[in-house]
Every structure is written in C-alpha cells, then in structure tokens.
Design a protein around this ligand. Structure first.
Ligand code: ATP
Ligand code: MG
Length: 380
C-alpha cells in the first residue's frame, strides 16, 4: 500500500518534532531563570505556541535531570477542578506513580472523606466521583498538601501552570493565588513556570501591591517569530514539492497577527487542496474560506454585544492604531472617546480583545480570524 504523503503542517494541538520550529533564545532565557530559582510568567496571546514551547523546554530540562510537571488549568472553575487537573498531571507521569500512591494514602488519613483508591483508579470517572463528595475545606486541605509534596518529586523540580490567570478568576477571595504564593518559600527546590494569555488579568495579578503574587515572578513576553519562521514554512512546503513564495507567508503572518497556529492551519489547507504553488492570492482564498466557515459563531458572538461594542470591534479590526482620534470616532459612529474606552474595556472583560504589548491606543484580538472576518464582512 502506498502511504499518502503526510501533510507537513499541523494545527490545533501542541506540536513537537518536525512540526515544531525551535525557539532557542526564549528557551535559554527561561531556563536561566528557572535554574536560578526565579519563577517565570510567560505571557503571550492565544494559540501562539506556549504549550508547545513548554513541552519542548521540559524535554530539554528532563534530559538534564529535572523533574517537570505540566498542569493545564485553562478550564478550571473551582478548587476541585484545580485539584483534579493537578492529579491528572501527576498521573500522566509514570515515574511519579509511587509518589502519587504514597500521597494518596497519607491524604486519606488527613481527609478521611477522600477515599481515592490510588491503586485501582485508572479512568477519570472514579476520581471525579470521589472528589465530587468532598467539601471545599477538604479540597483546600488536599491542594495545600499536594503543593507541599511537590518538593519531594525530585532533586530539582519545575512545575508549570498553563493558563494560570485562571486561578484569579475563581470566586475564592484570592485563596488559591495566596496559597500558590506561600509555597514559593516553602519549596526551595521547586521553580514555577506560569503561562497565560490574558494580559490584563495577569498584569493585575502581578502589579497590584495588594495581590499575593505582586512582583513575585519574572515576566517574559512570548515573542513573535522573526523572518526565519517564514523561511521555515517555505521549507516545509518544499518537502511536499510545493513552491511557496516568502512574500505569501509574510503576508499571511500579518493577516493572522503572526499567530503560528493560523499560519500552520492555512498552510495545512493549501497542502490538502494540492495547490501547485502558493502565492499571496492562494493564502487569501483559504483564509476567506476558513473565516466564512466560522461565520455562524462570529455572528452569534456579535449578537451578544451592544451596538456600541460592535462598532468598537469594527474599528479595532479595521484600524491599526490611533483608535481614539476624532476622525476615527466619526467614521465608526462612536459617540465619544470615553464611550469607546468603555466598550473596549467591556470587550477585554469578555476576553474578545486584549492589550497590545507596546503602543497606546492599540488593541489585539484574542482571535485574529474574528478580526479578519469582521474586516471581510464590514469593509470600511
Ligand atoms: N514553535 C512552533 N513552530 C511551529 N508551529 C507552532 C509552534 N508553536 C505553535 N505552533 C502552531 O500553533 C499551534 C498551537 O500551539 P500551542 O497549542 O502550543 O499554542 P498555545 O499558545 O498553547 O495555544 P492555546 O492558547 O490554545 O493554549 C500548533 O498546533 C502549531 O500549529
Ligand atoms: Mg496552550
């Protein structure tokens, strides 16, 4: 049987190996801090490759004798969810099986209601069920105890909380934030690596003197790729004998706010459609199609917003800067600068927009495809 040629592009899930374009400078910067016991917050937009980066970094660090644990807390809504995700991360690591068992026994004595059968449970349902019966106080005890135990996972331990801004969203008066913070001192051989995509939430956590994590971590901005990434994409096309112009890739990167996930997605479709070559118009055609496929979801999202917010979004999608200038407000029928400010604030609260790294009067779309669709649907 002849094997179909594999598509050299992948999107959606974290990537590794040939599908991953390395980020050596970022790796060594982050490593330096973690190795010196400095906790790091890695901040970058959604779908920028944060998880892929961490997986790559962890495989390097494990090679040098570190024990690394990656906990994904993106969808965590409660302490129980948090505990659950932590246990899942531990369970995924075969090497920690013994430790997990020991801990289960000890915790069973601490919180008698917690009757986790660590020998038997293999599937999540059992675990979910037993956790489901726990009172919040017991869950808190379990979380504290679990964090205490991190120090025993290995000689040098690195714990990553992926999408960690989520801990600030729990309705717990900052308990989890404070608990994590208090473990910074308690765990001398553990470094934490936090990643997050909601910039405004993260800066509130780190820059407000009243918050537990105030200035406790080194912040690093997750950088966009340089021009060499376009060359890499062209080379990936070459592996399936499709000539692709660098200009086309550069153009694509601008259209999708330099989000690697969407670069790979569009390229995936270009290969799947067996285009004989890739130029700027090919890229645009595919992006149009993909954006149109999402129209229903985008329309629904728009309908959930006020008219003022919808206008603010059109403005943000079409204009790169100087959003607050008089002419802009007039052009987009926005009543005043403070009104625009309020709309943008509300849109940030909903996670639709986020702050731009540098410039004032600039915003970033959480989903650049949504911005593309808005430009397509409401051209100005
Ligand atoms: N270093 C990289 N080289 C090539 N492609 C990458 C790289 N990093 C990310 N990508 C692309 O982005 C996609 C998403 O990657 P990943 O899940 O790591 O991002 P993320 O920032 O964690 O996303 P999310 O915000 O959804 O958690 C991958 O499927 C891949 O297409
Ligand atoms: Mg991720």
């Amino acid at each position: 049987m002849t094997k179909l040629t594999e598509n050299p592009f992948k999107f959606g899930d974290p990537v590794q190996g040939d599908y991953y374009y390395p980020r050596p400078e970022l790796s060594s910067a982050v490593r330096q801090f973690l190795e010196n016991q400095v906790h790091v917050v890695l901040m970058g937009p959604r779908r920028f490759g944060k998880t892929s980066f961490m997986l790559d970094l962890f495989s390097q660090l494990e090679g040098s004798g570190y024990t690394c644990l990656l906990v994904d807390i993106f969808n965590v809504t409660s302490h129980r969810d948090f505990l659950h995700q932590f246990l899942r991360a531990l369970r995924r690591k075969k090497s920690l099986k013994g430790k997990l068992k020991e801990w289960g026994k000890r915790l069973g004595r601490l919180v008698p209601q917690l009757s986790l059968d660590f020998d038997n449970y293999t599937g999540q349902p059992t675990l979910g069920l037993s956790l489901g019966q726990l009172a919040d106080q017991d869950v808190k005890t379990a979380i504290q105890d679990l964090l205490d135990e991190l120090t025993g996972l290995g000689r040098r331990v690195i714990v990553a909380l992926d999408e960690f801004q989520q801990i600030s969203q729990l309705d717990d008066k900052g308990w989890l934030e404070a608990t994590v913070r208090s473990h910074f001192q308690k765990l001398p051989n553990v470094s934490f690596l936090f990643t997050g995509s909601r910039k405004s939430l993260i800066s509130e956590m780190l820059n407000d003197p009243a918050r537990p994590l105030y200035r406790s971590c080194q912040t690093i901005e997750f950088p966009s790729f340089g021009h060499d990434f376009s060359d890499w994409v062209v080379e990936r096309f070459a592996t399936v004998s499709i000539p692709c112009s660098t200009e086309a890739v550069d153009h694509l990167r601008v259209l999708v706010q330099d989000t690697p996930n969407y670069v790979q997605m569009v390229c995936f479709h270009l290969v799947a459609q067996a285009r004989p070559k890739v130029e700027i118009n090919d890229v645009e055609e595919v992006l149009d199609t993909v954006a149109r496929q999402n129209a229903y979801a985008y329309q629904t999202l728009l309908n959930s917003l006020t008219l003022a917010q919808q206008r603010a979004l059109r403005l943000a999608a079409n204009e790169k800067q100087s959003l607050f200038q008089k002419e802009m407000l007039v052009k987009y029928e926005i009543s005043s600068a403070p009104a625009l400010h309020n709309s943008i604030k509300a849109l940030k609260g909903k996670g639709i927009l986020d702050e731009e790294g540098t410039g004032k009067g600039k915003v970033l779309f959480d989903d650049p495809l949504f911005a593309y669709w808005l430009r397509m649907s409401f051209p100005m």
